[in-house]
Design a protein around this ligand. Structure first.
Ligand code: ABN
Length: 173
């Protein structure tokens, strides 16, 4: 009877020692970390994570290569973001026109209206990608200052039109 009693407590003492020892703790920690590492990463759509103040990048209103992108509401031309640039940077090898057509677009992310400058990228032939012709607020070309159907490439880089950027230059108070 005594030996069974002893064996029982010896066994419990060994288990207690194993689970409370530093080696036991490190071994359990290692197993846990290994398990976490082996778990597949959750399917997070990183491309869909939008920048602050911008619509969801997975929607056409948040995708700067889509004609439905919010800043392109008054665009008439090839989207610079489809041609090696982005919404506000001209493609390599082109130069931004210093004069531009200006429109007003509503950003669905915050409901505010923004003043957007549509500067042409000049000096390289037509990009021919993502033609976009939305024309909100556009007026016939005989109102030159109110028309987006004008080639603004008339500076140092010459008259050859490539694409257009859409730069936010102001916000409705
Ligand atoms: N501003 C875009 C554009 C360029 C050339 C001709 C018409 C319109």
């Amino acid at each position: 009877m005594k030996s069974r009693f002893d064996a029982f407590f010896k066994q419990r003492a060994r288990e207690l020692a194993r689970f409370t020892s530093r080696r036991g703790f490190l071994s359990a920690l290692g197993t846990t970390l290994l398990g976490i590492g082996a778990m597949p990463l959750l399917p997070i759509a990183r491309a869909a994570m939008s920048k602050p103040g911008e619509p969801d990048a997975s929607t056409p209103q948040g995708d700067d290569t889509a004609c439905e992108y919010w800043r392109y509401c008054a665009l008439d031309g090839f989207i610079a973001a489809c041609c090696g640039g982005d919404a506000h940077t001209c493609p390599p090898g082109t130069e931004m026109s210093p004069v531009a057509w200006v429109g007003t677009c509503r950003n669905p992310a915050d409901g505010k209206n923004y003043v957007v400058s549509y500067n042409d990228c000049c000096g390289k032939t037509f990009c021919q990608q993502c033609f976009c012709n939305r024309n909100e607020g556009d007026r016939p070309v005989y109102y030159a200052s109110k028309s987006n159907d004008v080639n603004w490439c008339m500076g140092r880089a010459g008259i050859v039109y490539n694409s257009t950027v859409s730069i936010v230059i102001g916000v409705e108070p």
